[in-house]
Write a protein that binds this ligand. Structure first.
Ligand SMILES: NC(=O)c1ccc[n+]([C@@H]2O[C@H](COP(=O)([O-])OP(=O)(O)OC[C@H]3O[C@@H](n4cnc5c(N)ncnc54)[C@H](O)[C@@H]3O)[C@@H](O)[C@H]2O)c1
Length: 340
């Protein structure tokens, strides 16, 4: 992989996955520009890029703003991670999710296609588009049946990438990521999925809750492995496919995931609880990715076992927890509810 001196644009680069990607790219010698206005309710933080202030230019505007034109024009490579990940937020504020995950993407891609024809774009798609799996593991042929607005809106954005690629106006690849975890995930925003909640509780000494019977499987993907998948997709010439499912190395039940996190954090065993109604309505049951296509075509596979990735994640937050969570408010209120 050769990113040295490559002019790279990362949208959503102050967020969880984006900032880990930016750190890796700068370590490889890339010249990185970030577009991220730190949207309220999303997971971005300036602290995620602490120490890189002189190396990385950060444009504090939306990817839907006209101001991005010169940044797009000079980019040799684009990683498009701008987005809202919360399924609950999407159900509470669907038009907000539409604006962030779809309309802004449409505006952004039109600028890319107009000012930087044929540019390679790696888009962070989601497994949420598949909805409740009809079979496991979920491959790329699985029907698309999202259970929430987030899944619908992210699917539309993924389709924009693929349609414009078919027309030859951009050269995009969509990676449908499973649940990603690791350092720099936001901990101070409720409704961002169970990993954020588990980490917040684990780091503030609270017992973890598992909803339902806890036997739903997930295949957690460590963020370094997700970054590696993106770099691989970015640097493969003549991509054989425009879309790949990207999952973690192990299928673990939520009971097992919660037990591993609790053990690593020195907590009491997890508790069983009833599903809150808002979560139950959009629960997808069990999910496991079939990542064989990306392995066969691009040579990527996940490498980090869950217990190892989670131990590294907890170590990271122990060093700098106050930058992610006010210990006096271990269960922070929803920022969206307060700002809208
Ligand atoms: N975290 C996961 O488990 C996961 C799983 C599947 C897909 N994804 C996708 O990966 C991407 C990154 O997710 P994350 O977990 O890092 O989320 P995050 O919330 O930590 O980061 C997203 C960043 O995007 C920024 N952003 C939002 N709207 C923007 C806009 N219009 N212009 C520029 N920036 C904007 C936010 O300010 C935030 O910093 C998202 O597109 C998400 O849908 C994440």
């Amino acid at each position: 992989m050769q990113f040295r001196r490559c002019r790279v644009l990362v949208t959503g680069g102050l967020g969880f996955i984006g900032s880990n990607l930016v750190r890796r790219l700068t370590a490889e010698g890339a010249e990185v520009t970030v577009i991220d206005p730190l949207v309220t309710g999303c997971g971005g933080k300036p602290f995620n890029l602490e120490g890189l202030e002189r190396q990385v230019e950060v444009a504090s505007c939306s990817i839907g703003d006209a101001a991005i034109a010169p940044l797009v024009e000079r980019a040799e490579l684009v990683f498009n991670l701008a987005g809202e990940i919360s399924h609950i937020h999407s159900m509470l504020f669907p038009e907000r999710d539409l604006e962030i995950n779809t309309l802004s993407q449409l505006r952004f891609l039109e600028v890319c296609a107009r000012l930087n024809r044929g540019v390679r774009i790696v888009y962070a798609g989601t497994r949420q588009i598949y909805g409740v799996p009809e079979y496991l593991p979920v491959d790329e042929k699985h029907p698309v049946n999202p259970v929430d607005f987030n899944g619908v809106h992210k699917y539309a954005a993924a389709q924009y990438h693929q349609m414009l690629s078919r027309m030859g106006r951009i050269d995009a690849v969509v990676l449908r990521l499973t649940n990603v975890y690791g350092p720099r995930m936001a901990l101070d925003i409720p409704c961002q999925g169970f990993f954020s909640t588990y980490l917040r509780k684990a780091l503030t000494g609270q017992t973890l809750d598992v909803f339902g019977d806890g036997e739903q499987v997930r295949d957690p993907l460590f963020v370094d492995d997700a970054v590696e998948a993106m770099l691989t997709a970015a640097s493969t010439p003549g991509l054989p496919s425009r879309g790949y499912n990207v999952g973690g190395p192990e299928a673990l039940s939520l009971n097992r995931i919660a037990a591993i996190v609790s053990e690593l954090a020195g907590l009491a065993p997890p508790r069983r609880g009833e599903f809150p109604a808002d979560r139950k309505a959009i629960d997808i049951g069990g999910y496991r990715t079939d990542s064989r296509k990306i392995e066969a075509e691009l040579g990527w596979r996940p490498r980090t076992p869950f217990a190892e990735g989670m131990a590294r994640t907890l170590d990271y937050y122990r060093e700098c927890l106050p930058s992610y969570l006010d210990p006096a408010t271990p269960n922070p209120p929803c920022k969206l509810a307060h700002s809208s």
